[in-house]
Design a protein around this ligand. Structure first.
Ligand code: FES
Length: 254
């Protein structure tokens, strides 16, 4: 379907940690903005990168956007993407009193004709020959990290379904913004496979204490950073101690 004249379109990519992919997204955004029928073109990242999907949506809702088309930049397509996006936006929407736009999602993969044109264009484009050399280069050295804290964000199946990708992106954006690597004891972070208490998803664990946090959302990440990472004190009402008994998600304190 051709875009309607008043359409606002958001290009959604997974993540951009450095400046070049950020610039590339801006280039794609400009190309899209110049297309007929596009009123406004934006981009955002579902994981790490700025603006995050949450920030972009916040801006659109504040601006009174009434209809939004999300164009996922995910190749190959991820079968769970639509379910993930629906759950995540439903969660954000349920905590936001403002009127939200109608949100549509463009197909994850273009049809055969469009993808053929895309591939033809890529193959016909300027190519860069890789400079492969057989000369031995000196091995690169590495600094052993001095940071004492580690934040593990579980990316196991149940945590992923519960929104771990957004939690990871929010934490990494805040880690960058607040310079957490070099603040206080220094903090690094990593994605992990299942951390154990899947029914408390999404789960985050903070070392060296090994504190488990369950049902983590963006507000919980902010509190964990302020209280635990920077303040040194585990956030008790979000934490789950190993009691030897089954535990269930508690309702967050307000
Ligand atoms: S999948 Fe996250 S704790 Fe099991």
């Amino acid at each position: 379907m051709a875009p309607q004249a008043s359409e606002t379109v958001l290009l959604l990519a997974r993540s951009a940690i450095t400046a070049p992919p950020q610039k590339e997204m801006e280039r794609l955004r400009r190309v899209l903005a110049a297309r007929p029928g596009i009123r406004e073109a934006l981009f955002a990242f579902s994981e790490q990168g700025s603006p995050s999907l949450r920030q972009a949506l916040d801006g659109l809702v504040a601006a009174g956007c009434t209809r939004l088309v999300i164009l996922p930049m995910l190749i190959p397509a991820e079968p769970n993407f639509l379910a993930w996006l629906t759950r995540t936006l439903t969660r954000w929407r349920s905590k936001d009193e403002r009127p939200w736009p109608v949100v549509e999602v463009a197909p994850l993969l273009p049809d055969e004709t469009s993808i053929a044109a895309l591939l033809d264009g890529a193959l016909a484009g300027g190519r860069a020959e890789l400079a492969l050399t057989s000369a031995k280069s000196a091995p690169d050295g590495s600094l052993v990290p001095a940071q004492k804290r580690r934040v593990l964000v579980c990316m196991g199946g149940p945590c992923n379904v519960a929104g771990a990708e957004v939690i990871w992106g929010h934490f990494r954006n805040e880690q960058e913004r607040l310079s957490l690597r070099t603040s206080g004891d220094g903090c690094m972070s990593a994605k992990t496979s299942c951390l154990g208490p899947c029914n408390l998803a999404p789960v985050v664990q903070v070392w060296p204490e090994g504190t488990y946090y369950g049902g983590v959302d963006e507000a919980a990440v902010d509190r964990i950073i302020a209280g635990h990472i920077l303040g040194g004190q585990p956030v008790e009402d979000l934490a789950y101690e190993p009691t030897g008994k089954k535990q269930f998600l508690r309702a967050p304190e307000v």
